[in-house]
Design a protein around this ligand. Structure first.
Ligand code: ADP
Ligand code: MG
Ligand code: ZN
Length: 654
């Protein structure tokens, strides 16, 4: 609707500063290079050409053969090389450049002299040929210098471009190699403010305090309150950490120096530490100001982790320099260092000590209200139907990050454009939820009617098991339109409210729901397909977590059997128990999944009539809503209970 109007800069904003550096650099160096190339061509090249053009290398064997056959006329021997002219050449003078000269290695053959004497060849030892002083000068001094200058320039300009690109406008500039003080970090305007960051109220509050301190350091001094030197934004990827830092820059009205940890990693040996030093030097001159180090984990990893050797040293030097600089500067001057990471647990403890990054600002995945706000912020950059129910979309996207929500809005807008509509509709958004979560819709995929039939029963199997359990999220949508991600259909469940805890019953019923698809295939087709592979993975994951991490098994009670690293990156679990226990865990996982599978099968057997009815309806419509699903499920059955299944119908006790 209303397109984003860029916020005006605060009046006291210092503005991007560009250093007054004389602009001689590139042209100046290129002139020198051109002159050198010219000199090379005039003096050295002809010498090399003359000396080389008529010389041909041969093997020592060939040489001996030629001597024995009387084809060799004159031989000159140096320490390493034997030069000789063939007999047919009329001139016996090696100095004449037009004679074909052969060379071969001097093998220090003791019989050589007798061989040559026998063959009646005139020979002699000569001093090693001395290259002219000019040539020596060129090859030993000028050429290496030229080489390094050219390489230096190439890399320098490459890195300048690279950093400008990566920094999203906050690029640095770099002079020639070794001139570390020529690098400049630009304080710059990002055009973002806190209004662009939806939700994340606590993080914004913490950052506002820092901004306020930078704007009025005097007030803090009066009371004697000390601001932290550094604050660390921690949270999963895509939650808006970088965005928040940019917004701080926009809000602060003070210079903002930004660099990403990965930029340090791309540097040459010794450059990382130099850059850190420069960064702080520059900042000190412009204080009060903010330094932002994005992805600090790339340089801030624990130093003792011993990942082989080589590149580590460089990273450690950079990290040590960072620690030194952070200890060195005076907070009173008004420098605050912000950093962001999604792997806080890998950071070196030294970084988190008081006086360094001692304040932690969590930037978590958005909750229901946060998701709605983020959807709205991004929807405001596109035209949308005012009827859109953002709350419904927010509820369908539990667990999605801000970046994913932004992507959902964008996908919806793309879909509206594709369909030649002028507004984004609710259906566009719902469709793009599926797109972002389950991959693209694959309309033209050819799926045989038998397979569609199986897929329909599979999806209804999931939905029916979910609907018949008490602790599962309601079914929101079922579709058998395939996605490019490979999913052939999916059943979308939406929690009614925000969920932070998962009970044992809920966890188990989730496993049952995942096994429901396969159970329906078994029941109806008496055969099974590969279509359940993702379900199997998910079910196993939950079962394993229940036993090893949530203390939800009788056998192991509240014993932690797994340690989880990378909590913000999906959590890589690694077993922390004996091999015997590991084997027992496996048996428990198997038993739990089997139990859930059997119970799901029982539910479907009990409701087989509805299973058929719903699957038929889904086959016809391809996509059905949760409401349609529930209506059919609650309505009196169209079909009589099929023969052969009625006997089990009463025995179930789920
Ligand atoms: P992170 O640095 O935490 O990985 P980013 O700051 O790069 O995440 O976020 C990526 C994108 O996601 C942002 O550019 C923005 O479009 C969107 N986004 C993330 N969180 C939010 C939020 N709270 N409000 C609005 N947009 C957000
Ligand atoms: Mg980021
Ligand atoms: Zn499935």
């Amino acid at each position: 609707m209303n397109n984003n109007t860029k916020p005006n800069r605060p009046p006291n904003y210092n503005g991007p500063r560009r250093p007054q550096k004389p602009k001689k650099s590139l042209l100046y160096y290129y002139t020198i290079v051109m002159v050198c190339v010219l000199l090379f061509n005039v003096f050295l090249a002809p010498m090399i050409n003359d000396a080389k053009s008529m010389v041909q290398a041969t093997t020592y064997d060939t040489f001996l053969d030629m001597v024995e056959q009387g084809q060799v006329h004159v031989v000159e021997i140096t320490t390493d090389t034997i030069y000789f002219t063939p007999a047919e050449s009329a001139v016996d003078n090696l100095e004449n450049p037009n004679v074909q000269v052969y060379t071969t290695g001097n093998m220090n053959d003791p019989n050589l002299v007798s061989t040559l004497t026998e063959a009646n060849v005139s020979f002699g030892r000569v001093a090693d040929p001395k290259p002219s002083p000019l040539a020596t000068f060129f090859s030993n001094w000028i050429m290496p210098m030229l080489f390094f200058m050219i390489i230096g320039r190439l890399m320098g300009s490459f890195m300048t471009k690279h950093m400008a690109k990566n920094g999203g406008g906050m690029g640095g500039m770099m002079g020639g190699m070794g001139k570390s003080n020529a690098k400049v970090y630009e304080a710059c305007s990002t055009g973002k403010t806190f209004k662009d960051v939806a939700g994340q109220d606590e993080a914004k509050e913490a950052l506002t305090e820092i901004v306020d301190f930078l704007n009025n350091p005097g007030r803090y001094k009066e009371i004697g309150a000390k601001m932290p030197k550094g604050a660390l934004l921690v949270g999963p990827p895509g939650t808006g950490k970088t965005l928040l830092a940019k917004a701080v820059a926009g809000e602060a009205g003070v210079p903002f120096f930004s660099i990403s940890g990965s930029e340090f990693v791309e540097m040459f040996v010794g450059m990382g530490a130099a850059r850190v030093r420069d960064l702080f030097d520059q900042a000190e001159k412009k204080a009060p100001c903010i330094i932002f180090i994005d992805e600090i984990d790339t340089i801030g990893k624990k130093r003792d982790s011993g990942h082989g050797f080589g590149g580590n040293d460089e990273r450690e030097q950079t990290l040590n320099q960072l620690l030194t600089e952070m200890d060195g500067f005076d907070v009173g001057k008004g420098i605050v260092v912000l950093a962001a990471t999604n792997r806080p647990e890998t950071l070196d403890k030294a970084l988190l000590r008081p006086g360094r990054f001692d304040r932690r600002i969590p930037v978590e995945l958005p909750d229901l209200k946060g998701r709605e706000a983020i959807l709205k912020v991004h929807a405001n950059t596109v035209k949308y139907d005012p009827q859109i129910d953002f709350d419904a979309i927010a509820r369908a996207t539990a667990g999605a990050s801000g970046a994913e929500l932004a992507n959902i809005v964008n996908e919806a807008a793309l879909r509206a454009v594709r369909d030649h509509r002028d507004k984004v509709s609710q259906a566009d958004l719902e469709e793009s939820v599926g797109t972002v979560i389950a991959g693209y819709q694959r309309k033209n995929a050819v799926i045989s009617s038998r397979e569609r039939n199986i897929i329909a029963y599979h999806e209804i199997g999931h939905a029916l098991v979910a609907a018949k359990n008490k602790n599962t999220a309601p079914v929101h949508k079922i579709t058998i339109i395939p996605r490019t991600s490979g999913a052939l259909g999916y059943t979308m469940q939406v929690e009614e409210g925000e969920k932070v805890l998962m009970s044992k019953e809920e966890a188990f019923e989730k496993i049952m729901t995942f096994t429901g698809g396969r159970a329906a295939e078994e029941l109806v087709f008496k055969s099974i397909t590969s279509g359940a592979s993702n379900d199997i993975e998910q079910a196993t994951k939950i079962a394993r977590a229940m036993i090893t991490r949530f203390g939800m098994s009788e056998t192991f009670d509240m014993v932690a059997l797994e340690t989880v690293s990378g909590q913000y990156l999906g959590g890589d679990a690694s077993l922390a128990c004996s091999p015997e226990t590991a084997a027992q865990i496996d048996r428990e996982v198997i038993a739990m999944v089997k139990d859930a599978h059997q119970k799901a099968l029982t539910i479907l057997k009990d409701n087989e009539a509805k299973l058929h009815e719903l699957a038929e309806y889904l086959l016809e419509k391809e996509t059905i809503t949760g409401d349609e699903f529930m209506q059919i499920l609650k309505a009196p059955s169209k079909y009589a209970v099929l023969s052969g299944t009625s006997d089990t119908a009463d025995t179930a006790d789920v």
